[in-house]
Design a protein around this ligand. Structure first.
Ligand code: PLP
Length: 259
């Protein structure tokens, strides 16, 4: 039996099972990868939002990473909630010499408006984390925080992508899902430009979309697909997962990984 591709997520836990590490591992399993996790923070969370969050010590993050990388090895890495400037800097340092593609989801605020990244960590994201990214996947709120550009249309997405590329990621996916109309994302490395369009599903149960997209991209890269193919496949996966999203609790339910 050949082993499945090994994919590592470095991210926070969602006790409700919809986003974070839990969404990452579900995505990896669904797409045929062996998922591994370096936990950065624990959230008490459900369909109504985040009720509490606790960061793990830097040594715990380093030790988990070394355990995984030194023995098992990784064929792709995905980062999610990193919580503080210290953790952003440490994780960026660990990834600076990893021999695998890195997908950075610069998670800052949840759909409910809960803060998942300290304001003073944005600088470290720009100067330390984005430079080690093979692909960065900000949504429009994160784009505004990182670049100062408020995007309202596709021309704005193009301008924001160009600014983000100056921070050093090889490719950027500007996720336009928060704009009205089709769910349109722009993937570019400054030369190639791919507009990825999907019909908007009339389904409010979309908790975990960002984590799912970034993890699916990481799996595609670990499988050896070029970045544009990996991102297109991931977009198809997340679109189907959103269409199948279901109600859970009294608030916003998760995307589904078992369709
Ligand atoms: N909780 C954790 C631990 C996350 O990593 C994320 C997103 O990355 C969220 C919550 C927010 O998920 P959403 O904005 O899809 O509700």
């Amino acid at each position: 039996m050949t082993a499945p591709p090994r994919v590592l997520t470095i991210a926070g836990s969602d006790s409700g099972g919809g986003a974070g590490i839990q969404a990452d591992l579900k995505t990896m399993l669904a797409l045929g990868a062996h998922g591994m996790s370096v936990l950065t923070a624990v959230t008490a969370q459900n369909s109504l939002g985040v009720q509490g969050a606790w960061e793990l010590p830097v040594e715990a993050v380093r030790a988990q990473y070394r355990s995984v990388v030194d023995d098992i090895g990784v064929q792709a890495v995905k980062t999610g909630m990193l919580s503080s400037p210290e953790l952003v800097t440490v994780v960026a340092g660990l990834l600076s010499d990893v021999a695998a593609p890195v997908v950075v989801d610069p998670v800052s605020v949840s759909k409910h408006g809960d803060k998942l990244l300290a304001d003073d960590a944005l600088d470290a994201v720009r100067t330390a984390l984005l430079p080690v990214a093979t692909v960065a996947t900000p949504n429009l709120d994160e784009v505004a925080q990182l670049t100062g550009i408020t995007v309202t249309d596709e021309a704005g997405m193009r301008r924001a992508a160009a600014r983000l590329l100056t921070y050093g990621p090889r490719w950027v996916v500007v996720k336009g899902g928060h704009l009205p109309g089709e769910a349109t994302d722009l993937l570019t490395d400054g030369e190639a430009e791919h507009w990825l369009r999907a019909p908007r599903h009339d389904n409010r149960h979309t908790h975990g979309t960002g984590c799912t997209l970034a993890s699916a991209i990481a799996v595609g890269l670990a499988q050896g697909h070029p970045v544009p193919d990996a991102v297109c496949r991931a977009k198809d996966y997340v679109t189907a997962a959103i269409a199948a999203g279901f109600a859970l609790g009294a608030g916003v339910g998760p995307v589904d990984h078992s369709w």
